[in-house]
Design a protein around this ligand. Structure first.
Ligand SMILES: [Fe+2]
Length: 460
């Protein structure tokens, strides 16, 4: 295996003073590194020193608005002050607990849904180096937690909560300035749909408009609502918009069946014999238009598995978006969901196939009964089959694919995942990207919390 470091970010600390958080996504960011060199593995972990984390540690209480938790106001006047802070974004968290990306210029940035939660870290020491300040004047409070990052650019979506829509922006390596490629106006609904992630093809940016929409009122409530900062608006329908990357023009805006997804897997262009693009195919981990998965991720539910099968079904949802002016797109399962236990989320692909026609996706799947994705799955989108890895009592995190240097086959590489064990322990697991069989495992000296998304930083 080549030398380098796998970094993984995620919520890892759910207790402040004597107060316990209630939702998985609220935890303060814990960064884990697996450094591979000369066949050896060196692991480490640290908390990200966000303002929200430092304030909570110092005051022994919650001081900023997290995913579901809100600081308690001492009195009404303080609450009024807090409303003002909310509109300015001052009370929102900068707890960068969702993902970590390596920019084209080498800087490594941890991210979450709030723009202020963009934090630069040192991939070797895991030190928090400081806030990533966007130098443009685009403003806004939130962005997609999953930008598309390559050596050449950083693309993301900035939802506009005032005039429902999205700004599609790009940032070049070596700069902190996002530039607008174009804007998508929402077709319906009181607010833009949640855009945790989005996919791109070679020439296009795909902007989903999910009926699970942001909700300013829910942002202001002192107690969590069932859908947190969001609201389900089936009447507002669901859409997918396609923007040309070069011109910023919208080339398709189609109505699609209702859907719920957090993670897009990939997208690509379908071409005819003359090389004309006829459709965009966009794949995602789709929860059968059912929002209950958000509720299932409450810590109380995750910690109380009694053998009953309670994980809602999910599938590889494939959007087919025609570019012939048709007003409708399709959404179907790309693979029989039983192939992966009707569970799928936390996906990765060979990064060389980003935006291109591809065959393989890696994700967390399910071995039922379960209350959480408890297996790893390799999906073959051509043969429509899956290979699965499962170990009783194990909870694996996102399987991350790293291609072998010089590889010519799409699945020639390794898949890295961190496993939490039933007994509180854990280990790093390496699977062969092709056979999906175990190559190696390295036991951690102590258990680590479950984590979300990672990135690979090759050694130079
Ligand atoms: Fe995510």
């Amino acid at each position: 295996m080549q030398s380098g470091t796998y970094l993984r970010n995620g919520p890892g600390l759910w207790r402040i003073g004597n107060y316990d958080f209630r939702h998985l996504f609220d935890g303060y960011a814990t960064l884990v590194k697996l450094h591979f060199e000369n066949g050896r593995l060196i692991a480490g972990h640290r908390q990200i020193e966000s303002e929200a984390y430092k304030a909570a540690k110092k005051n022994k209480k919650l001081c900023y608005r997290e995913f579901s938790e809100v600081p308690k106001s001492d009195n009404f006047l303080a609450y009024v002050g807090e409303l003002a802070n909310l509109f300015s974004g001052a009370s929102l968290t900068d707890n960068a607990n969702t993902g970590v990306v390596k920019l084209g210029d080498g800087r490594v940035v941890c991210l979450t849904e709030t723009q202020k939660g963009s934090i630069v870290i040192d991939p070797n020491t895991l030190d928090t180096l400081g806030k990533f300040e966007y130098s443009d004047t685009l403003g806004g409070l939130i962005h997609s937690a999953h930008p598309i990052v390559t050596d050449k650019e950083f693309l993301t979506l900035l939802p506009d909560l005032v005039n429902p829509g999205y700004l599609v922006v790009s940032m070049k390596p070596g700069t902190n300035e996002r530039k607008v490629i174009g804007r998508v106006n929402c077709r319906h609904g009181p607010a833009p749909g949640w855009v945790h992630s989005f996919p791109v093809t070679e020439h296009y940016i795909v902007v989903p408009e999910m009926p699970l929409r942001y909700c300013a009122q829910n942002l202001l409530k002192a107690e969590p609502t069932p859908l947190y900062k969001f609201e389900w608006h089936p009447d507002s329908k669901a859409f997918v918009h396609v923007m040309c990357k070069a011109s910023g023009k919208i080339v398709a805006s189609v109505e699609v069946p209702l859907f719920v997804t957090f993670h897009f897997i990939n997208a690509y262009e379908e071409v005819d014999e003359d090389g004309r693009v006829t459709a965009i195919m966009a794949d995602c981990c789709e929860h059968n238009a059912d929002t209950t998965i958000l509720e299932k991720l409450k810590l109380q539910n995750l910690r109380s598995f009694d053998g009953k099968d309670v994980l809602p079904d999910a599938r590889v949802g494939r959007f087919i978006i025609p570019l012939n002016g048709s007003p409708y797109g399709k959404l179907e399962a790309a693979v029989d969901p039983n192939e992966h236990g009707r569970g799928i989320d936390m996906c990765s692909i060979n990064p060389k196939f980003l935006g291109l026609k591809y065959r393989y996706a890696y994700a967390c799947g399910a071995q039922r009964p379960c209350n959480f994705p408890n297996a790893l799955t390799k999906i073959d989108l051509v043969n429509k089959r899956a290979k699965n890895w499962y170990e009783e009592g194990a909870v694996p995190s996102e399987p991350f694919f790293v291609p072998r240097p010089g590889a010519t086959e799409e699945d020639d590489g390794v898949v890295i995942s961190m496993i939490s064990q039933k007994n509180g322990g854990g280990y790093a697991l390496l699977l062969d990207g092709s056979t999906f069989k175990e190559i190696a495992r390295a036991k951690f000296p102590y258990g680590l919390p479950y984590g979300l998304h990672g990135c690979w930083v090759p050694k130079h």
